[in-house]
Design a protein around this ligand. Structure first.
Ligand SMILES: [Zn+2]
Length: 250
């Protein structure tokens, strides 16, 4: 296999060929790293290294998928900056957050490659004609990862014309993640009304005019597809833009 990243090379060297084989504690063990789940205060995960051995601690109160991301992130520190100790906050582990610390960003890239190596993930993207929350839930189940981490990996593949827009329960925009197939001028509104797909509880992508989500003058001429999903106090909107006129980069 060519052009593998550091994390993908590690998986490849261990002969891992299915998502179910990505056992992070076992992988850590092959790198002389012991993983412990314990109560932590003031950080979400940490790594203490000495010489060739290290201990990773992850917050015992966190969801299992969050713990997995934390272990993968700390293994990123181990592979990028061996010998240094790191205390990582939940912000450091936030993949949607543009962390100013390079070491944290690099550890997150490593984690994404370790959890979703391209040699396993790209074939799935190629076999996905349309991204829906059902597809995302199925893949996050197979890879034992969070919905957010999974949808990010799909968007970062830049193979699909999709974006994720996240709103709070007051329907105010929190953040947006876009595939490069969608021009930058399409940025969802700051506040929205209740999305149609949420209102109708539709199980697939729901066609709506673009002015539900965007406020450019010509929006009512276009149709896009949405599928919203409520998760705790967040509304996660998956938006697909198929209209070639909207995808014109001019
Ligand atoms: Zn970190």
């Amino acid at each position: 296999m060519k052009n593998l990243s550091k994390a993908e090379n590690l998986l490849n060297s261990l002969g891992i060929s299915t998502p179910g084989e990505i056992d992070l504690e076992a992988i850590a063990w092959t790198q002389n790293v012991l993983v412990k789940t314990r109560p932590l205060e003031g950080c979400e995960a940490r790594i203490f290294g000495k010489g060739d051995v290290a201990i990773i601690s992850v917050n015992e109160d966190s969801r299992p998928t969050r713990q997995r991301f934390s272990i993968a992130h700390e293994l990123g520190h181990w592979n990028n900056d061996r010998g240094m100790n790191f205390y990582c906050s939940s912000k450091d582990l936030e993949i949607g957050f543009k962390n100013s610390k390079l070491a944290e960003r690099l550890a997150n890239y490593f984690a994404a490659d370790l959890l979703f190596p391209s040699f396993l993930f790209k074939p799935i993207v190629r076999q996905t004609p349309e991204l829906t929350w059902d597809v995302i839930k199925g893949v996050s189940n197979d890879f034992n990862t969070s919905l957010t981490a999974t949808v990010f990996r799909f968007i970062d593949s830049n193979e699909l014309p999709v974006m994720l827009a996240v709103y709070n329960s007051n329907l105010e925009r929190l953040w947006v993640k876009r595939s490069s197939q969608i021009p930058e001028r399409w940025y969802p509104k700051e506040t929205i009304s209740i999305p149609q797909s949420l209102k109708w509880n539709d199980s697939g992508m729901f066609p709506v005019t673009a002015d539900y989500w965007f406020d450019q003058d010509d929006c009512d001429e276009y149709e896009i597809e949405e599928q919203t999903f409520q998760y705790a106090d967040r509304i996660l909107a998956l938006l697909t833009i198929k209209d070639e006129r909207m995808r014109d980069l001019e």
